[in-house]
Design a binder for this molecule. Structure first.
Ligand code: PGA
Length: 241
């Protein structure tokens, strides 16, 4: 794994923004796997800034987001749909029809997940997947479990994740209890993976990702088997290495 440690979140945002845009410059019709949460905010900011400077063109890009809450209107301020439009899609030129999300309100969620996998495959697979990591080692909403869940699926969120994410909601009771997420197999099939982790809250999960046992108890540990993973960490997230 390629482990890069930076002094500031700002520096990581710039490096990650270049990394993602570099992919698009190399292959203008790239398929990007995108993540939500606090972690990628600065990377998206830098991608927008590179676009505004005319350095990169997203008009042929396709995107697949990792996950979405169930039973939350896509227009809700906390939906991942809203997050992505506010922080990236509203500011760059990816055509709307090239933007893909799992629909957490689909009547038949299993079918929705099957169709999402098919869409990723039909698009030629994900060229680069951007990931955050949960303090419990989750990637996307693949929570610690007894077995790795291979493809996109519905998941009941762990209490620790609900607690971590409650900072965005008015009350912890408003945090959805379920989500739809790409599976470990969907993520592992990405050609390249970029993980960003910030603060010492992620240090334990990062240590386990890099040199712990590969176990579904820490879903991120499976990335040890991927051949092209880059980690961009601040000093807090790298503090146990
Ligand atoms: P965060 O979430 O970026 O808000 O810390 C990351 C994650 O849970 O994957």
């Amino acid at each position: 794994m390629n482990v890069l440690v930076f002094d500031t979140e700002e520096q990581i945002g710039i490096a990650a923004g270049y990394y993602m845009c570099g992919q698009v410059l190399q292959k203008p019709d790239s398929v990007l796997g995108l993540a939500t949460g606090s972690t990628p905010l600065k990377a998206y900011k830098h991608m927008v800034s590179l676009y505004e400077q005319g350095a990169v063109d997203f008009s042929k890009v396709t995107t697949f987001n990792l996950d979405e809450y169930c039973n939350l209107n896509v227009k809700d301020k906390n939906s991942y749909h809203t997050f992505m439009y506010q922080n990236l899609f509203d500011h760059i030129n990816i055509p709307d029809e090239n933007i893909n999300f799992l629909n957490g309100n689909a009547y038949n969620l299993e079918l929705e997940c099957e169709n999402y996998e098919k869409k990723i495959k039909d698009a030629g697979g994900i060229d680069i997947q951007l990931l955050g990591i949960g303090s419990n080692g989750h990637i996307a909403f693949n929570e610690p479990a007894d077995a790795f869940q291979r493809w996109s699926h519905v998941v009941a969120l762990k209490e620790s994740t609900i607690k971590d994410n409650s900072r965005f909601f008015d009350s912890i009771d408003d945090v959805p209890t379920h989500a739809v997420t790409m599976g470990i197999g969907s993520i592992m099939q990405a050609k390249r993976i970029l993980i960003i982790a910030l603060t010492e809250k992620k240090a334990k999960a990062i240590k386990q990702l890099i040199d712990g046992n590969v176990t579904p108890d820490c879903p991120a540990s499976v990335l040890q088997f991927h051949t092209d993973v880059t980690l961009m960490l601040d000093r807090g997230a790298a503090s146990l290495l």
